[in-house]
Design a binder for this molecule. Sequence first.
Ligand SMILES: N[C@@H](CCC(=O)N[C@@H](CS)C(=O)NCC(=O)O)C(=O)O
Length: 212
Amino acid sequence: MITLHHVPQTRSFRILWFLHEAGLPHRVSYHSFAGKALRDPAFLALSPAGRVPAVEVGGEVLFESGAILEVLAEGHAPALGRAPGHAERGRYLEWLHYGETLAQHLAQLTFHHIALKPADRSPVVQKLEALRLRRALEGLDRALTGDFLLEGFSAADIMTGASAEIARRFVPFDGLDRVTDWHARLTARPGYQAALAVDGPAELYLQERYYD
Ligand SMILES: N[C@@H](CCC(=O)N[C@@H](CS)C(=O)NCC(=O)O)C(=O)O
């Protein structure tokens, strides 16, 4: 049995989505950013920085969403990964980890639109990070030449697609036609919808849009 430590609307959704796509039996341990539960020594023993996701699988504890997806795909759902030696291995790892290129900007935007008190928010950071996020999405748009990032659906679509789903709240997708179609294709998947249904109550992104 796989246990996923999860906070709704965060990077741990990537793993939740993967587990549903792969049809892997699992249990979700729900956490919240409210309170100090993620700073509890018991949780820090699972995830050294007190972050989600963390996963317990076969007596092992894994943290870092990209590493978790690589390990779970290799061990439990090979069709969603691209094993060493596969012709798409390099592209797979690049686009899998591109999710974090998007997520670094999402973290800053989340701080400066939501987490910080209004007096501590920086309009400069808001503007700059939205611009940098948009540029990273434009790169993704140029690379998307088919239905998915690789020849077929993979964990790279999950990792980067979950970040794109949050990104749409901070920047308009106007002109990003391939990203728009890919995002619609991903979010229509039964695996995505099943994960969304059990994501848990939203406590982070309460608005659809954080831009005018
Ligand atoms: N690179 C890590 C980042 C993990 C991360 O920062 N997770 C956020 C949620 S999206 C978190 O747990 N934040 C809690 C905190 O910063 O205290 C990964 O991909 O798993």
